[in-house]
Design a protein around this ligand. Structure first.
Ligand SMILES: [Fe+2]
Ligand SMILES: [Fe+2]
Length: 316
């Protein structure tokens, strides 16, 4: 390793100067970013599936248009992030192969089923809400292409969070049955949402290095706490209860205390044993196979166009 280059890299990190694709960077920094950005991209793409399940059953044309736009945004997020990862010298094909073969991970939250329309509200409010909490600090990540992709993504996530909360607000102001649907969705999505912040800091081996390199700015537990504090007040406005009997304001800490997460469930879902892991992966594999002819046609078209240009160059 070239000491001078390493020193220069570390100075830039210290001075908050962005690292760009052509700059020298340590191998482990590159690897950590590829892992994080590609997992993030996969999560956006797999994350379209639970909500797509409700597009045809949305309760009105307006709701359908909003949900459709939201799911399309997630596809866009996946694409920006795959492009950001490609600047680190990994191909889109390789990342896709890692996802479809089950070697790459995506957020555990998308392995839970969407059982009712209220789940569209709970996902927007909690899942996109947790994503915002995680992602706003990433707009300042030390790697330029990742940080810039996150700026646009966060703006769209904020719309996602609001549309979800508004679905729940409408249900909670509706009939007794509608309010019960909202409560049931909160009961099922609350704990998996808290798991989205990842393991406790003591069990998160990559966190310290990621913070040293200024990819991450806050620890998993700090972000989780912030999320709980914000959600409690929002649940009170909805008039539904967070399913945690240990949730209590702690005057001394200035935060809410909350119950223990079921880490056994978390690790089991990560390892592929969640309620929908198989269904999600099968759906992605099928979509990839169905898209084969599109990729072939696009390649053939690009090849033909190149031949025409080559001929013109030869003639001139
Ligand atoms: Fe997204
Ligand atoms: Fe989103």
């Amino acid at each position: 390793m070239n000491e001078k280059e390493l020193q220069h890299f570390e100075d830039k990190i210290k001075q908050e100067i962005r690292i760009e694709p052509k700059d020298w960077m340590p191998d482990d920094y590159r690897k950590m970013l590829i892992r994080q950005i590609s997992q993030h991209a996969h999560s956006e793409i797999v994350g379209m599936l639970p909500e797509a399940n409700w597009i045809t059953r949305a309760p009105s044309l307006k709701r359908k248009a909003i949900l459709l736009a939201k799911v399309q945004d997630e596809a866009g997020h996946g694409l920006y992030l795959y492009c950001a990862a490609e600047t680190l010298n990994i191909s889109r094909e390789e990342m896709t192969e890692q996802l479809l073969s089950g070697r790459a991970k995506y957020s555990s939250i998308f392995n839970y089923p969407t059982l009712s329309w209220a789940d569209m509200g709970a996902i927007g409010w909690l899942v996109d809400g947790a994503a915002i909490m995680n992602q706003v600090p990433l707009c300042r990540a030390s790697y330029g292409p990742y940080a810039r992709a996150m700026i646009r993504i966060c703006k769209e996530e904020s719309f996602h969070q609001r549309q979800g909360y508004e679905i729940l607000l409408t249900l909670c102001r509706g009939s007794k049955e509608q309010k019960a649907m909202a409560q049931d969705a909160l009961n099922r999505w609350w704990w998996p949402s808290l798991m989205m912040f990842g393991p406790n800091d003591d069990d998160s081996p990559h966190s310290a290095q990621s913070m040293k390199w200024k990819i991450k700015r806050f620890s998993n537990d700090e972000l989780r706490q912030k999320f709980v504090d914000v959600c409690k007040d929002q649940a009170d406005i909805l008039g539904i209860a967070i399913p945690d009997s240990d949730l209590k304001w702690n005057e001394e800490r200035g935060h809410y205390d909350f119950g223990e997460i079921n880490w056994e469930e978390f690790w089991s879902v990560i390892k592929g044993n969640g309620p929908c892991n198989k269904e999600r992966l099968d759906a992605r594999i099928k979509a990839h196979e169905n898209g084969e002819w599109v990729r072939e046609a696009a390649l053939a078209y690009a090849e033909k166009k190149k031949e025409v240009i080559d001929d013109v160059v030869k003639l001139s």
